[in-house]
Design a protein around this ligand. Sequence first.
Ligand code: HEM
Ligand SMILES: *[C@@H]1O[C@H](CO)[C@@H](O)[C@H](O)[C@H]1NC(C)=O
Length: 186
Amino acid sequence: MSNSSNSGSWYETLTSTPILIATAVGVSFAAIFAVSSSNKTSEQIKTQVKEVTNVASSNTDARGKAAQAGASIMSAPSTDLAPPKDDPISASSLSQYDGSDPSKPIYVAIKGRVFDVTPKAEMYGKGKGYNIFAGRDASKGLGMSSLNLEDAISDYSSLNETQMNTLNQWESFFEKRYNIVGKVVP
Ligand code: HEM
Ligand SMILES: *[C@@H]1O[C@H](CO)[C@@H](O)[C@H](O)[C@H]1NC(C)=O
């Protein structure tokens, strides 16, 4: 490999879209953290996220990228995950793990696989910004980068290619961080 192609790849790394977006979104992190550390409701956080999102970008594609760029500077992957479990969990049983009972774990399902997100109760717990995803399979909403309840459903068949990519990236994000405790059964 020549020197010029090396410096070319450096240039590419430093100026790649995700990093630029991460920088742009980084400015907004302060706003989100300010919101989450104060006593605001998840509705207010949603409004705040929408405002930030509108500033960051006016289209869903870039919003997905922003979420992924954010992901790269979020929590590190876990180093001690348990072997994935295949235990059947019904949708109604899953709904009991939505963070409303602090003594129970919190589950989020993606494409039918149930992840234990209890370590991030400050994000998925009752009244928290991402509680919308808790206690259910919210594949469609994750693919759409949507925090709307009506999008937080398991049927993701309406997602287009870009949105499928976003969903797949969230799936891989969760795989690296959370234990799989079962799969959703009808
Ligand atoms: C531009 C607006 C947004 C900003 C600034 C933002 C910011 C953040 C930040 C800072 C985190 C990491 C927090 C932490 O690790 O403590 C995070 C995590 C996350 N965000 Fe967002 N977010 C935005 C929009 C969205 C939207 C629209 C969705 C909808 C899918 C979303 C879904 C998630 C999810 C699923 C996590 C997972 C965190 C985890 O499990 O560790 N975000 N976001
Ligand atoms: C997928 O849908 C989103 C939201 O409607 C849109 O912004 C995006 O351009 C679409 N992507 C493709 C590849 O059709």
